[in-house]
Design a protein around this ligand. Structure first.
Ligand code: GCB
Length: 599
């Protein structure tokens, strides 16, 4: 899906700002009174302040008036949403013009001309909903609970460890574009053996009739370096996209009819090669070592709503500490963040919101919650359709980004329970069929599904492990943790000698300023000791090709017995102040090269 841009033939108008807002029942035919307002983009939860409203589950509404721009008969008017969490129905003047399920991917709705012809203003209404259940991604336990005052209240017990923020999380745009237009473009390259020449391939989808499609490739100096012929273009002396040294070409696309350009668009893309071989993860044929983080889109006030300054600060902190990568745990991040990573050369492991596919996960984490039904995960989940849809939407959105080097099919599913293989095999295949770059596909493995229990690892290109030796296991005993961690990593390496291993999560909750002479969890010293122990073991495992800390920063979660106002496994606090351990990470990671660490 194309990112909205202004070009000679396209205008994109920002609809961010203050909208009328309401939680609860309403009908789109009726004007929203606007007693309450909400800022777009943001999560409504923290901004709204009231405790009950913060935890509200159900329908909620946004509405605003928009001025109708000039639209001629060859143009169309489109509403585009970066994301609405978790589902949305879009109305104009009370008429439904579209809907979308899934809270982390963009969608657009064409406004029928009959709704705006002769009008100066339009009423745009969004009916959103933040319910999660066993058919949605992420997975939540949905219940309707009787309150002490006798009323019934909807509640979602998250099957995952982050606050269920909701709202119009990403920008809303009003787009004026030609009816005949580029709908999508896919760009991928083959490189010569010596990586000096690229054959760039183009696949495109065009709406409407046209005579010719012209694509020029422009380099960073603004020079035309190649032109498309027969849907491909050759770049000799290609400038590769490298880790922390990005280079982006621009494909300048013209759709021509009767000798006239009727639509133009520009898509930036990097050229690099990714492949897995002999237990190594190769970028541009060099063995890459992942240094970085699992993250969240999570900041004070904005919640999960787009915060571009925080995104840039995070990536600057990431570079400052010597890291080179992050995973979009546990959902697709904003397009703005992906574009930033692509521009800065930061490597991204791209994840769908398939988290909570573990029937008993909540019971394991949340000691107070009794709602989780027992039983086999794969007999109970009804997520197949949502899962397939979001994989399609993620690949459609992110396929051209050079920064994306691997796709994640799910985080910590019950891959040790019977049925896991049947569930995941078609989804992994789907990624492979959709992605012309054939990026590696992985599944982020949970501790319960060790090398002897897991049922899906043979389907994966890379083994991604989340391990908490010294935290959830051997809590407070780093000596025992070291033995367990080493034993398990060696077992994985022995079982799958051809597959690289990436530690996608490891960490210990730490409250800055809490100190101890002894090995006491939650202290800064324990976090230091935990990482020292982990890194000692990682360095012994030749096929372990990356370490991504859990988490970049502290983040908000639901209220749970084991959460002290959120999850505190960040190397940085929620307001991005460093914990003590940041200094030792900086030392370690500046000494570890991006390439060739374990050759
Ligand atoms: C995990 C999950 C992550 C949690 C983390 C933790 O394994 O993937 O979402 O936040 O553990 O801190 O418990």
């Amino acid at each position: 899906m194309l990112y909205p841009k202004n070009t000679k033939t396209r205008t994109s108008i920002d609809l961010n700002g203050v909208w009328n807002f309401q939680l609860g029942e309403h009908f789109a035919e009726k004007r929203l009174e606007g007693k309450e307002v909400m800022v777009v983009p943001s999560s409504f939860n923290d901004v709204i302040v009231d405790n009950d409203k913060r935890n509200y589950i159900g329908d909620f509404w946004y509405e605003r008036q928009i001025a109708v721009p000039d639209v001629d008969e060859n143009q169309e008017l489109v509403l585009r949403f970066g994301s609405v969490t978790h589902r949305a129905t879009v109305y104009v003047e009370g008429y439904q013009i579209g809907e979308h399920i899934g809270g982390f991917t963009p969608f657009e709705c064409v406004i029928p001309a009959k709704l705006y012809d002769g009008k100066s203003h339009l009423r745009v209404t969004i009916q959103a909903n933040n319910k999660l259940d066993f058919s949605t991604l992420p997975v939540g336990n949905y219940v309707e609970e009787k309150q002490v005052d006798g009323t019934i209240r909807s509640k979602v017990y998250e099957n995952f460890d982050f606050f269920n923020y909701a709202g119009i999380h990403r920008p809303v745009k009003l787009i004026i574009r030609p009816k005949t237009h580029l709908q999508d473009i896919t760009i991928f390259s083959d490189l010569s053996d010596d990586l000096s020449e690229a054959t760039v391939h183009f696949e495109y989808q065009i709406e409407g009739d046209y005579d010719e499609l012209k694509i020029d490739i422009i380099d960073e100096m603004g020079q035309v370096v190649a032109e498309m012929e027969n849907n491909q273009a050759i770049i000799s002396d290609v400038h590769l996209w490298e880790v922390l040294n990005a280079y982006l070409y621009t494909a300048r696309i013209h759709i021509i009819k009767s000798g006239k350009t009727i639509d133009c668009y520009e898509e930036e893309f990097g050229i690099r090669k990714v492949r897995v071989a002999n237990g190594q993860f190769l970028i541009n044929e060099k063995p890459f070592y992942f240094k970085g983080f699992g993250k969240h889109e999570d900041t004070y006030i904005n919640g999960r709503g787009l915060n571009e300054a925080a995104n840039l600060m995070d990536l600057n902190l990431l570079k400052e500490i010597g890291a080179n990568s992050f995973r979009t745990s546990h959902y697709p991040y904003s397009e703005e963040m992906m574009r930033l990573a692509d521009r800065l050369g930061i490597v991204v492991i791209d994840e769908v919101p398939a988290v909570g596919l573990f029937q008993n996960f909540n019971a394991a984490l949340d000691l107070m919650n009794q709602t989780t039904a027992k039983g086999n995960t794969w007999d109970n989940m009804e997520t197949h359709q949502a899962h397939e849809q979001v994989i399609r939407e993620l690949v459609a959105r992110d396929k051209n980004y050079a920064c994306v080097v691997m796709w994640v099919v799910a985080n910590e599913p019950a891959s040790h329970e019977k049925g896991a293989k049947d569930y995941f095999e078609p989804l992994i295949k789907l990624y492979k069929t959709l992605d012309p770059q054939q990026r590696p596909v992985t599944l982020v493995n949970i501790m319960n599904a060790g090398p002897h229990e897991d049922e899906v690892a043979d389907l994966l290109d890379v083994l991604c492990l989340n391990r908490y030796y010294g935290w959830y296991k051997n809590h407070g005993d780093l000596a025992k943790a070291e033995v367990g961690l080493r034993e398990e990593l060696l077992a994985w390496q022995k079982k799958y000698p051809e597959k690289p291993i990436v530690m996608t999560e490891y960490g210990a909750d730490t409250l800055p300023g809490l100190h101890s002479m002894w090995e006491i969890p939650y202290t800064e010293e324990y976090q230091m000791g935990y990482y020292e122990m982990s890194h000692k073991v990682f360095d012994e495992i030749s096929h372990l090709v990356g370490e991504q800390v859990w988490n970049f920063a502290d983040f908000e979660t639901n209220v749970m017995l084991i959460r002290v106002k959120g999850n505190h496994k960040g190397l940085f606090s929620r307001n991005r102040e460093p914990k003590q351990v940041v200094r030792s990470f900086k030392k370690r990671w500046t000494e570890i090269p991006n390439y060739g660490y374990k050759q």
